[in-house]
Design a protein around this ligand. Sequence first.
Ligand SMILES: [Zn+2]
Length: 515
Amino acid sequence: MVHVNIFDTTLRDGEQSPGVNLNQLEKLEIARQLERFGVDIMEAGFPASSKGDFEAVRAIARAIKNSSVTGLARATKSDIDIAWDALKDAAEPRLHVFLATSPIHMKYKLFKTPEEVIQTSVDMVAYAKQRFPQIEWSAEDASRSDLDFLVRIITKVIDAGATVINLPDTVGYATPAEYGYMFRYIRENVPNIHKVSLSCHCHDDLGMAVANSLAAIENGVTQVEGTINGIGERAGNASLEEVAVALNIRKDKYPFTTNLVLKEIKRTSDLVSRFTGMMVPGNKAVVGKNAFAHESGIHQDGVLKNTLTYEIITPEMVGIQSNDLVIGKHSGRHAFKDKIENMGFMLSTEKLQEAFTAFKQLTDRKKEVTDEDLFTILTDIQTDVVDVKKYELLAFQVHYGSSNLPTATVALNTPEGVRVETARTGSGSVEALMNTLEALIKEEIHLTDFKLNSVGQGRDALAEVHVKMTVDGVQVSGRGSAQDVLEASAKAFLNTVNRVFFNKKAVVQVEAAQV
Ligand SMILES: [Zn+2]
């Protein structure tokens, strides 16, 4: 069986999804989970794009030992130098450098002739080779490039030292037959192709990213790039969990192996959706809430008699367990610690204490504390940046009635440590609360999105709010959870504002980097 490497780009291409903005602790948490999921390579970011990205890539490169960590660079010496600084401490430093090869990109974006594109690619791969043992070179917009031009440029970048050749369907335009054919053509016509691995990278604009990735594998590709939950620019990337499960369920047709631990799919998907605020649609393959629900009577009857009648994937395969209540009101610290370690959390002593207190408070107010509740509390605590000056909610009160003007009063501590308090009205209770918070905050805020969800089921379920806003012109997103929707809203608002203090992306203008 041929082994296929899994290259995850959730933290780079996925994080380029509009409005997604992860703090460094969230990125580290996702990176650790990707390592546990068994990805061979993870792209941790684009170090030259911002200070925040640089620091996150460096932290991940230092923390991750069982996956190769890579970062993206444009074909310039300075991008490659910055990427080296961020990646040099990795167990296996790996560079991902790209340049566009399609006529439309070369002419209208790069203003370079095809010969200049070849020369720049060769020069930059050779330059990177002085330091990086592993270099992936990507032909941006490969699927709309001339095949014979691709043959020429690939031959030369392999000679210059590239170890992986990635041919992305950058704009999500290719069909499976076309995309597979491109790889076959390259394998048959590039004389030194045996020295490298071939990689595919697909976007989902026409809903064919996973199908295109599988077509590529059938045509000799041994590395698949994609993201968890298929998040990413525009319609997103190939969904890695779908590729993984398709390879497993249909191994009769796809005789390939991967290092992925399928049981980690659910937790990986949950973490990514919670941190990015990009909810997984109920009908999403493999990880959607309804992916294993059988609604029709005929189907239910069949599944009860024999699950194989209608169920091709078992929930257990992807790590979905029935939501058993295993700890409750009377559980002690020890049982709590065991439980959360079992759920994959490793907390410092202080954060463990904080989590235990939050758990105890919740058991006073909620009859049953589920795994979903714990997951929400624990991820919040684990990714909360503690030693930074920020806005803190001291108290709030909201008056609402169908016949009066909704009014909120809020007291905050400012990052400078000053207590401030005021009241404002709004057309609804949430708006009144948001208006009041906005009035107390120095930074200029525009709220652009507000989403309210319940965690799990039942009338006492936790509320989770995701918001997107611009703070002094910088786009940020954040979240908050509480048992009450208004408290969750206020927490989400402040969590988002506070991100500018510790996640300040020195917004460097980067030319379209949409590999
Ligand atoms: Zn991409």
